[in-house]
Design a protein around this ligand. Structure first.
Ligand SMILES: *Cc1c(COP(=O)(O)O)cnc(C)c1O
Length: 440
């Protein structure tokens, strides 16, 4: 299958090229030329299938032409070495827990899949140059990508993160790994980090001298696998007869997760409506209201992985709906939470439902709650990270001391290593060039 650019000024690319390049030459995001549709019979059969079977059906329908079946099955198996359970919270509200992976956030799925697929392409193509993976993180991407790519032959990862704007737990997860992972602490915001990465891809000289790719959700290999768990969630709800009228709420930052859900729906997954939950970084919420997209600098919130002022996957959402604002508002509703509302929601749900939300999931829960679902309808929100990743915030809000899983604690014992850098592209470019020369 070919992948076209949302800007339509570059020629279509193969999957291999789309994954290795990340971003099209015209600055657009790659989109699959066709969205495969799974028939009703397959959708109905999902409830009798395992997570791996379901994920493989989805993976094969996208990547089957471009990746050998055995290799793809192995990639899917390795990616999903953990469950994505749907948990009942109250009445008709369910949480899709996406934090049971190695770094306790949903990004593990996309990051692990991409690392394995990229490794497969490097071997298949016999690429001898080191592949440099650049990734901007507001917290969770860095850890998931560092975890997913750690030790993968032929790949070096540079994680750019905003100084002082990620939680200590998050920071440990990508600054203590060593090996082929290098953390760069930028004196700026997440948007600055993202802009530096984009500038690196746009720099012709740099791209001629070294092989650069991105593991942000602009990369199709990170984005599309995220549709697996929407199917898995549906299957789980269907087993208990609860999948009938489904509203799915996605706490959103760069909108990769929501875009993956929209792909799942286009593939035939019966979702009545999506809700995009925003924190105070609400450009998408405003877009739904006004039809105008006005990116602005991000502001810091307690749901920091959603502090994005110019969500990169907005281009994909526009493209999916042919830039039709009305069609977008019919499929996606919006909601905006401030920090006070997030904190109140965490307290309320903990006390009354005995369910521990993280600040991002709390945004999702609150948005869903605002929709006043009927008893026969089902609401599903994505719980995108384990609350212990935001322990300081959660402890303060819940006036408690929440448990930290052992695998998260283990990161805290490592030695932090990062390279401080100004928000300056010249400095970043010189650094990358130096690293590239040093390897030769
Ligand atoms: C990345 C992240 C989000 C936002 O996901 P997008 O795909 O960027 O919209 C939400 N919650 C958590 C915990 C995250 O790490």
């Amino acid at each position: 299958m070919k992948y076209y650019s949302t800007n339509r000024q570059s020629p279509p690319a193969t999957l291999e090229d789309a994954v290795i390049r990340s971003l099209a030459g015209d600055g657009g995001l790659y989109m699959p030329e066709r969205i495969p549709v799974l028939g009703e019979e397959i959708i109905r059969s999902l409830k009798d299938r395992s997570l791996h079977e379901t994920a493989f059906i989805v993976a094969e329908s996208f990547f089957g032409e471009d990746v050998e079946a055995d290799a793809l099955a192995a990639i899917v198996r390795d990616t999903l070495s953990f469950e994505t359970p749907v948990v009942h919270v109250r009445d008709s509200v369910y949480s899709l827990e996406l934090f049971h992976g190695p770094t306790l956030a949903f990004k593990d799925v996309g990051a692990r899949f991409m690392a394995r697929l990229l490794g497969y392409f490097i071997r298949r193509k016999g690429i001898e140059q080191t592949v440099h993976v650049l990734v901007a993180t507001s917290g969770d991407t860095g850890s998931a990508v560092a975890g997913g790519f750690l030790g993968v032959e032929g790949i070096r990862v540079f994680v750019l993160y905003p100084k002082g704007k990620v939680s200590p737990m998050q920071e440990c997860q990508f600054t203590t790994q060593g090996q082929n992972i290098t953390a760069i602490e930028i004196d700026g915001t997440f948007d600055d980090c993202q802009a530096l990465v984009k500038a690196a891809f746009a720099d012709r000289d740099l791209n001629n001298s070294m092989l650069l790719t991105s593991a942000n959700s602009i990369n199709v290999a990170r984005l599309l696998p995220q549709s697996f768990y929407y199917f898995s969630a549906y299957a789980q709800l269907d087993r208990t007869g609860k999948a009938g009228e489904l509203t799915v709420c996605v706490p959103s930052g760069n909108f990769g997760n929501l875009a993956a859900g929209l792909f799942a729906a286009r593939m035939g997954l019966p979702v009545r409506r999506f809700i995009a939950a925003n924190n105070r970084n609400d450009v998408f919420f405003d877009y739904l209201k006004t039809g105008k997209y006005e990116p602005r600098p991000s502001v810091s919130t307690i749901a920091n992985a959603m502090d994005v002022g110019n969500p990169s996957n907005f281009a994909r959402i526009l493209d999916l709906f042919g830039h039709d604002h009305k069609a977008i508002t019919q499929s996606i509703a919006g909601y905006r939470c401030d920090d006070g509302e997030i904190a109140r929601t965490m307290r309320h749900v903990f006390r009354h439902c005995h369910y521990l939300l993280d600040p991002h999931g709390a945004c999702g829960y609150r948005a869903l709650d605002d929709f006043h679902l009927q008893p026969h309808q089902t609401g599903l929100f994505l719980e995108t990270a384990h609350p212990a990743k935001f322990k300081e915030t959660a402890d303060r809000i819940l006036d408690g001391n929440i448990d930290v899983p052992a695998r998260l604690q283990a990161f805290m014992n490592g030695k932090k290593q990062s390279i401080p850098m100004d928000n300056d592209f010249g400095q970043f470019r010189d650094f990358l060039t130096g690293e590239n020369c040093a390897q030769r």
